[in-house]
Ligand binder design. Sequence first.
Ligand code: CA
Length: 475
Amino acid sequence: MKKIAPLLTLALLITFNVASQKNTNKPNIIIFMADDMGYQDTGFTGSKDILTPNLDKIAETGVIFEQGYANHPFCAPSRAALLSGRYPYRFGFETNPAYDPANPLMGISPDEKLFPERLQEVGYTTGAIGKWHLGASDKHHPNNRGFDYFYGFLGGGHDYFQIDLTKRVWEAYLQGLVRNKKPASFDGYLTTALSKDAAKFVNDNKDNPFFLYVSYNAPHMPLQAPKADIERYSHIKDRKRRIYAAMVDVMDRGIGEVINALKENEIYENTLIFFLSDNGGPISSAKQPTKGNGSSNKPFRGGKGNFYDGGVHVPFIASWPAKIPAGTYNYPVNSLDISRTIVEVAGANALTSNKMEGVDLIPFVLNKQKDAPHNAIFWRSGSNFSVLDSNGMKHVKDKDSKNSELFNLSNDKSESSNIIESNSERAEELLSKWKEWNKDNIPSNMAGYKGYHKLRDQFYKNAIPKGAKKAKTKE
Ligand code: CA
């Protein structure tokens, strides 16, 4: 081995010192995620009747992604995408898992690496608070999936005021909460309890770089809010929207509380914050008159469950005062980019075990990279699909339409004018991109709620001999 010249050794030492100094200066990172929130239900996206001053402040001092997309139009696959940093169809995660704490197969595969695991590898303390929805068995527990700390519930939602342990286990919304793996409860209103816990996490971890995933179930149904907050919105005539507005308002105040904790500990400037909704707001239709939660996805078409923009185009902002100047960003981005950006700024490895697919957005928002981050963004659900290119051309086969359609979002945000007949070549071109992308996907490998219960009943149908006596529960 060659001897290293003294001068070079000195240079190496200096480099090493700078590197380790940078290491101690790693940003804290927080993702706030709303559940089933409509695009136009924040001040910064144009809401006139719902107040979100804390989110608006983050937007004002940070970056508004005007074309920010969730990776699926409903809950669990969207979350699987965010936390793995990969299209969830790569690993067959295309439906919501049923709530089944005894079933190690009902949730995201433990073989799929989640990005907080990557952050742990470089010394981050990681916390998740709120809704999990990626499997309820011990294998899927957040503490076994990259989170040092968890407070919340493992199912897809929760009652905002009560826990009722006398209800059957599949009533996930009434199950107890857990703090790490121990039973936990909450006082008062759930959204406020989650926010308080998040602020406490910030206070407890202020001295080391942390990542915190604040996964609200608000404003997902059931529509419930404290009476006083609903009364503040008494000017909203529609009952659902009135309660929904109160739910969003309480969530916004909770986010304000977490921001205050960052400021009081003087770590706000070096904290990278993202906010988004996991999908668009559900809207009622003639077929499903009670589906809506009072949200507004305007100016977009459709809502939760649709590949039209109403289902996937969500409020999407980032802030990092020490690094990113205020502004807006116009090219399409998606939630895979959030996880990839986080892993890159943390100095973690995005390419080991299941390569992450998003792009690091920082060079783009700093205008160091001027081209579009994505050639195209893709979605899939059974035989339905969607592909959006960086020019705003979108080829979509939605569940609510018989045929596939082509829209130019750059001049038709509401997808009101299907131009597929006059642009069939363009549509084909997009479809071939989608087919190429789809080669790396596998079939859905999880039975959703309905399919799961049907399969379970079939499985056990012949297992119990006719005339068998019911087992005694106590000897
Ligand atoms: Ca959702």
